[in-house]
Design a protein around this ligand. Structure first.
Ligand code: NAP
Length: 273
Protein backbone atom coordinates (compact mmCIF):
# COMPACT_ATOMS: atom_id res chain seq x y z
CA UNK A 1 0.00 0.00 0.00
CA UNK A 2 1.11 3.58 -0.63
CA UNK A 3 0.64 6.08 2.17
CA UNK A 4 -0.05 9.80 2.22
CA UNK A 5 0.14 12.35 4.98
CA UNK A 6 -3.19 13.16 6.61
CA UNK A 7 -3.55 16.94 6.34
CA UNK A 8 -0.40 18.28 7.98
CA UNK A 9 -0.56 15.90 10.93
CA UNK A 10 2.49 13.80 9.92
CA UNK A 11 0.21 10.75 10.39
CA UNK A 12 0.29 8.52 7.31
CA UNK A 13 -2.89 6.97 5.89
CA UNK A 14 -3.35 4.52 3.01
CA UNK A 15 -3.91 6.15 -0.40
CA UNK A 16 -6.76 3.66 -0.94
CA UNK A 17 -9.20 2.76 1.81
CA UNK A 18 -12.59 1.07 1.74
CA UNK A 19 -16.05 2.66 1.75
CA UNK A 20 -19.07 1.04 3.39
CA UNK A 21 -22.10 2.77 1.89
CA UNK A 22 -24.64 0.03 0.99
CA UNK A 23 -23.06 -2.48 3.34
CA UNK A 24 -25.76 -3.61 5.75
CA UNK A 25 -28.50 -1.86 3.78
CA UNK A 26 -29.09 1.53 2.17
CA UNK A 27 -30.92 4.09 4.24
CA UNK A 28 -32.41 1.33 6.39
CA UNK A 29 -30.99 -1.83 7.94
CA UNK A 30 -30.88 -4.99 5.82
CA UNK A 31 -28.96 -7.93 7.26
CA UNK A 32 -29.10 -10.23 4.22
CA UNK A 33 -25.59 -9.33 2.99
CA UNK A 34 -23.89 -9.18 6.42
CA UNK A 35 -21.57 -12.14 5.89
CA UNK A 36 -20.25 -10.85 2.57
CA UNK A 37 -19.79 -7.34 3.96
CA UNK A 38 -17.80 -8.55 6.98
CA UNK A 39 -15.69 -10.78 4.74
CA UNK A 40 -15.05 -7.82 2.41
CA UNK A 41 -13.93 -5.47 5.20
CA UNK A 42 -11.56 -8.13 6.56
CA UNK A 43 -10.17 -8.82 3.11
CA UNK A 44 -9.64 -5.08 2.52
CA UNK A 45 -7.63 -4.83 5.74
CA UNK A 46 -5.54 -7.88 4.80
CA UNK A 47 -4.82 -6.22 1.44
CA UNK A 48 -3.59 -3.05 3.17
CA UNK A 49 -6.73 -0.94 2.80
CA UNK A 50 -6.72 -0.27 6.53
CA UNK A 51 -8.61 3.02 6.28
CA UNK A 52 -12.32 2.23 6.68
CA UNK A 53 -14.93 4.88 5.93
CA UNK A 54 -18.38 4.60 7.49
CA UNK A 55 -21.15 6.84 8.91
CA UNK A 56 -23.96 6.74 11.43
CA UNK A 57 -26.37 7.28 8.52
CA UNK A 58 -25.28 4.19 6.57
CA UNK A 59 -27.88 1.45 6.91
CA UNK A 60 -29.25 3.29 9.96
CA UNK A 61 -26.13 2.42 11.94
CA UNK A 62 -25.80 -1.15 10.75
CA UNK A 63 -22.77 -0.40 8.52
CA UNK A 64 -20.91 0.69 11.66
CA UNK A 65 -21.99 -2.52 13.42
CA UNK A 66 -20.56 -4.56 10.54
CA UNK A 67 -17.28 -2.64 10.69
CA UNK A 68 -17.21 -3.29 14.45
CA UNK A 69 -17.67 -7.00 13.90
CA UNK A 70 -15.10 -7.16 11.08
CA UNK A 71 -12.30 -5.35 12.92
CA UNK A 72 -12.46 -7.38 16.14
CA UNK A 73 -9.73 -9.77 15.02
CA UNK A 74 -7.28 -7.00 14.06
CA UNK A 75 -5.03 -4.83 16.16
CA UNK A 76 -6.95 -1.58 16.52
CA UNK A 77 -3.82 0.63 16.23
CA UNK A 78 -3.21 -0.78 12.76
CA UNK A 79 -6.55 0.60 11.51
CA UNK A 80 -7.76 4.09 10.66
CA UNK A 81 -11.51 4.29 11.28
CA UNK A 82 -13.50 7.20 9.85
CA UNK A 83 -17.12 7.94 10.74
CA UNK A 84 -19.47 10.85 10.22
CA UNK A 85 -22.11 12.70 12.18
CA UNK A 86 -25.38 13.16 10.29
CA UNK A 87 -26.50 16.69 9.35
CA UNK A 88 -29.54 16.52 11.67
CA UNK A 89 -27.22 15.82 14.63
CA UNK A 90 -25.07 18.92 14.49
CA UNK A 91 -26.21 20.62 17.72
CA UNK A 92 -23.59 20.32 20.48
CA UNK A 93 -25.22 17.60 22.61
CA UNK A 94 -26.34 15.66 19.54
CA UNK A 95 -22.77 15.51 18.19
CA UNK A 96 -21.47 14.13 21.50
CA UNK A 97 -24.27 11.55 21.70
CA UNK A 98 -23.91 10.57 18.04
CA UNK A 99 -20.16 9.98 18.45
CA UNK A 100 -20.69 7.90 21.59
CA UNK A 101 -23.29 5.78 19.79
CA UNK A 102 -21.00 5.31 16.78
CA UNK A 103 -18.22 4.13 19.11
CA UNK A 104 -20.59 1.65 20.69
CA UNK A 105 -21.68 0.23 17.33
CA UNK A 106 -18.05 0.10 16.18
CA UNK A 107 -17.04 -1.54 19.50
CA UNK A 108 -14.02 0.71 19.77
CA UNK A 109 -12.77 3.37 22.16
CA UNK A 110 -11.85 5.98 19.58
CA UNK A 111 -12.45 7.20 16.05
CA UNK A 112 -9.37 8.13 14.07
CA UNK A 113 -11.32 10.73 12.13
CA UNK A 114 -14.78 12.20 12.67
CA UNK A 115 -16.44 14.18 9.88
CA UNK A 116 -19.47 16.43 9.58
CA UNK A 117 -21.31 14.41 6.91
CA UNK A 118 -22.99 17.38 5.21
CA UNK A 119 -23.21 21.07 6.10
CA UNK A 120 -26.48 22.13 7.72
CA UNK A 121 -27.17 25.87 7.37
CA UNK A 122 -29.85 25.60 10.10
CA UNK A 123 -27.28 24.85 12.80
CA UNK A 124 -24.35 27.19 13.55
CA UNK A 125 -21.13 25.41 12.59
CA UNK A 126 -19.47 26.99 15.64
CA UNK A 127 -21.62 24.79 17.87
CA UNK A 128 -20.74 21.65 15.91
CA UNK A 129 -17.02 22.39 15.86
CA UNK A 130 -17.03 23.07 19.62
CA UNK A 131 -18.52 19.61 20.18
CA UNK A 132 -16.03 17.98 17.81
CA UNK A 133 -13.16 19.63 19.67
CA UNK A 134 -14.63 18.37 22.94
CA UNK A 135 -14.54 14.83 21.52
CA UNK A 136 -10.84 15.29 20.72
CA UNK A 137 -10.21 16.60 24.23
CA UNK A 138 -11.92 13.50 25.65
CA UNK A 139 -9.75 11.26 23.41
CA UNK A 140 -12.81 9.81 21.71
CA UNK A 141 -11.68 11.25 18.38
CA UNK A 142 -8.13 11.82 17.09
CA UNK A 143 -8.80 14.14 14.14
CA UNK A 144 -11.73 16.12 12.80
CA UNK A 145 -12.88 17.04 9.32
CA UNK A 146 -15.79 17.78 7.04
CA UNK A 147 -17.56 16.28 4.06
CA UNK A 148 -19.34 17.88 1.11
CA UNK A 149 -18.20 21.35 2.21
CA UNK A 150 -17.48 24.07 -0.35
CA UNK A 151 -14.65 26.56 0.16
CA UNK A 152 -16.68 29.16 2.04
CA UNK A 153 -18.08 26.46 4.34
CA UNK A 154 -14.56 25.18 4.97
CA UNK A 155 -13.40 28.69 5.77
CA UNK A 156 -16.32 29.22 8.16
CA UNK A 157 -15.58 25.92 9.95
CA UNK A 158 -11.87 26.74 10.15
CA UNK A 159 -12.60 30.11 11.78
CA UNK A 160 -14.43 28.31 14.62
CA UNK A 161 -11.52 26.05 15.56
CA UNK A 162 -9.60 26.72 18.74
CA UNK A 163 -7.10 23.87 19.06
CA UNK A 164 -7.54 21.51 16.11
CA UNK A 165 -7.41 21.60 12.34
CA UNK A 166 -9.76 20.43 9.62
CA UNK A 167 -7.59 17.63 8.25
CA UNK A 168 -9.97 16.23 5.60
CA UNK A 169 -12.75 17.28 3.26
CA UNK A 170 -14.47 14.16 1.92
CA UNK A 171 -16.07 15.05 -1.41
CA UNK A 172 -17.25 13.42 -4.59
CA UNK A 173 -14.31 13.15 -6.96
CA UNK A 174 -13.87 10.88 -9.94
CA UNK A 175 -13.18 11.22 -13.66
CA UNK A 176 -16.86 11.96 -14.34
CA UNK A 177 -17.27 14.43 -11.45
CA UNK A 178 -14.46 16.94 -11.37
CA UNK A 179 -16.10 20.14 -10.16
CA UNK A 180 -13.84 20.23 -7.05
CA UNK A 181 -10.91 20.96 -9.36
CA UNK A 182 -12.24 24.52 -9.71
CA UNK A 183 -11.84 25.63 -6.11
CA UNK A 184 -12.12 22.96 -3.38
CA UNK A 185 -9.08 20.99 -4.53
CA UNK A 186 -6.80 24.04 -5.00
CA UNK A 187 -7.92 25.31 -1.57
CA UNK A 188 -7.12 21.94 0.02
CA UNK A 189 -3.72 21.74 -1.66
CA UNK A 190 -2.91 25.29 -0.51
CA UNK A 191 -3.95 24.59 3.08
CA UNK A 192 -2.76 20.98 3.14
CA UNK A 193 -6.18 19.47 3.81
CA UNK A 194 -6.54 15.89 2.57
CA UNK A 195 -9.21 15.35 -0.07
CA UNK A 196 -10.86 11.99 0.51
CA UNK A 197 -12.52 11.11 -2.79
CA UNK A 198 -15.93 9.49 -2.34
CA UNK A 199 -17.62 7.71 -5.25
CA UNK A 200 -14.13 7.38 -6.81
CA UNK A 201 -15.42 4.82 -9.33
CA UNK A 202 -18.61 6.78 -10.09
CA UNK A 203 -20.61 4.04 -8.35
CA UNK A 204 -19.13 1.34 -10.61
CA UNK A 205 -19.57 3.28 -13.88
CA UNK A 206 -15.85 3.85 -14.53
CA UNK A 207 -14.74 0.18 -14.42
CA UNK A 208 -16.86 -0.40 -17.56
CA UNK A 209 -15.33 2.52 -19.44
CA UNK A 210 -13.79 1.39 -22.76
CA UNK A 211 -11.27 4.24 -22.93
CA UNK A 212 -9.89 3.41 -19.47
CA UNK A 213 -9.83 -0.29 -20.32
CA UNK A 214 -7.71 0.51 -23.37
CA UNK A 215 -5.24 2.66 -21.37
CA UNK A 216 -5.06 -0.08 -18.73
CA UNK A 217 -3.88 -2.70 -21.24
CA UNK A 218 -0.52 -0.94 -21.51
CA UNK A 219 0.03 -1.37 -17.78
CA UNK A 220 -1.80 -4.70 -17.44
CA UNK A 221 -4.31 -2.94 -15.19
CA UNK A 222 -8.09 -2.73 -15.21
CA UNK A 223 -10.14 0.39 -15.89
CA UNK A 224 -10.94 0.64 -12.16
CA UNK A 225 -7.24 0.59 -11.32
CA UNK A 226 -6.53 3.30 -13.89
CA UNK A 227 -9.37 5.47 -12.55
CA UNK A 228 -8.12 5.14 -8.95
CA UNK A 229 -4.46 5.61 -9.89
CA UNK A 230 -5.37 8.82 -11.74
CA UNK A 231 -7.01 10.13 -8.54
CA UNK A 232 -4.31 9.27 -6.05
CA UNK A 233 -1.57 10.60 -8.33
CA UNK A 234 -2.92 14.02 -7.38
CA UNK A 235 -1.45 15.92 -4.48
CA UNK A 236 -3.51 15.60 -1.26
CA UNK A 237 -5.97 13.09 -2.75
CA UNK A 238 -6.81 9.65 -1.35
CA UNK A 239 -9.77 7.45 -2.35
CA UNK A 240 -12.25 5.16 -0.60
CA UNK A 241 -13.83 2.83 -3.18
CA UNK A 242 -16.50 0.53 -1.79
CA UNK A 243 -16.35 -3.12 -2.83
CA UNK A 244 -17.78 -6.36 -1.48
CA UNK A 245 -16.69 -8.47 -4.44
CA UNK A 246 -13.30 -10.04 -3.61
CA UNK A 247 -11.94 -9.58 -7.11
CA UNK A 248 -12.88 -5.89 -6.96
CA UNK A 249 -11.07 -5.58 -3.63
CA UNK A 250 -7.90 -7.15 -5.05
CA UNK A 251 -8.07 -4.79 -8.01
CA UNK A 252 -8.53 -1.73 -5.85
CA UNK A 253 -5.58 -2.67 -3.65
CA UNK A 254 -3.57 -3.01 -6.90
CA UNK A 255 -4.33 0.58 -7.89
CA UNK A 256 -1.16 1.58 -6.01
CA UNK A 257 2.51 0.66 -6.43
CA UNK A 258 2.74 1.85 -10.04
CA UNK A 259 2.21 5.12 -11.90
CA UNK A 260 0.46 6.29 -15.02
CA UNK A 261 2.90 8.15 -17.27
CA UNK A 262 2.64 11.94 -17.40
CA UNK A 263 1.32 11.64 -20.98
CA UNK A 264 -1.39 9.19 -19.98
CA UNK A 265 -2.38 11.32 -16.99
CA UNK A 266 -2.92 14.24 -19.37
CA UNK A 267 -4.57 12.12 -22.02
CA UNK A 268 -7.09 10.79 -19.45
CA UNK A 269 -7.69 14.28 -18.01
CA UNK A 270 -8.47 15.78 -21.40
CA UNK A 271 -10.59 12.81 -22.53
CA UNK A 272 -12.98 13.27 -19.59
CA UNK A 273 -12.98 17.06 -19.57
N1 NAP B 1 -19.55 11.72 2.32
C1 NAP B 1 -20.51 11.41 1.49
O1 NAP B 1 -21.51 12.12 1.33
C2 NAP B 1 -20.39 10.15 0.68
C3 NAP B 1 -21.21 9.95 -0.45
C4 NAP B 1 -21.02 8.79 -1.18
C5 NAP B 1 -20.08 7.86 -0.78
N2 NAP B 1 -19.31 8.05 0.34
C6 NAP B 1 -18.29 7.06 0.79
O2 NAP B 1 -17.48 6.74 -0.34
C7 NAP B 1 -17.51 5.35 -0.57
C8 NAP B 1 -17.36 5.04 -2.04
O3 NAP B 1 -18.43 5.57 -2.80
P1 NAP B 1 -19.61 4.68 -3.41
O4 NAP B 1 -19.70 3.41 -2.65
O5 NAP B 1 -20.82 5.50 -3.47
O6 NAP B 1 -19.16 4.43 -4.91
P2 NAP B 1 -17.86 3.81 -5.62
O7 NAP B 1 -16.83 3.40 -4.63
O8 NAP B 1 -17.47 4.78 -6.68
O9 NAP B 1 -18.46 2.53 -6.35
C9 NAP B 1 -18.87 1.38 -5.66
C10 NAP B 1 -19.37 0.40 -6.69
O10 NAP B 1 -18.30 0.04 -7.57
C11 NAP B 1 -18.15 -1.37 -7.60
N3 NAP B 1 -16.70 -1.63 -7.68
C12 NAP B 1 -15.77 -1.42 -6.72
N4 NAP B 1 -14.54 -1.76 -7.15
C13 NAP B 1 -14.69 -2.22 -8.42
C14 NAP B 1 -13.81 -2.73 -9.38
N5 NAP B 1 -12.49 -2.84 -9.11
N6 NAP B 1 -14.30 -3.10 -10.58
C15 NAP B 1 -15.62 -3.00 -10.86
N7 NAP B 1 -16.54 -2.50 -9.98
C16 NAP B 1 -16.06 -2.12 -8.76
C17 NAP B 1 -18.75 -1.89 -6.32
O11 NAP B 1 -19.22 -3.21 -6.54
P3 NAP B 1 -19.16 -4.37 -5.40
O12 NAP B 1 -19.58 -3.76 -4.11
O13 NAP B 1 -20.10 -5.38 -5.94
O14 NAP B 1 -17.75 -4.90 -5.34
C18 NAP B 1 -19.89 -0.90 -6.10
O15 NAP B 1 -21.01 -1.27 -6.86
C19 NAP B 1 -18.88 4.93 0.02
O16 NAP B 1 -18.97 3.54 0.23
C20 NAP B 1 -18.89 5.75 1.28
O17 NAP B 1 -18.09 5.16 2.29
C21 NAP B 1 -19.45 9.20 1.06
Amino acid sequence: MDFKELGRTSVKVPAIGIGTWEMGGGISRDTTGDKEAIRAIRKAIELGMTLIDTAEMYAAGHAEELVGEAIKRFRREQLFIVSKVAPHNLHYDDVIRAAEESLERLQTNWLDLYLIHHPNPEIPVKETIAAMEKLVERNLVRFIGVSNFDVSQMEAATRCLSKNEIVVNQVEYNLLARSIERDVLPYCVRHRVTVMAHMPLARGGLPRNKFLQEIGKKYEKTAAQVALNWLIAKEQVIAIPKAVNLDHLEQNAGAVGWQLSKDDMEHISSHFR
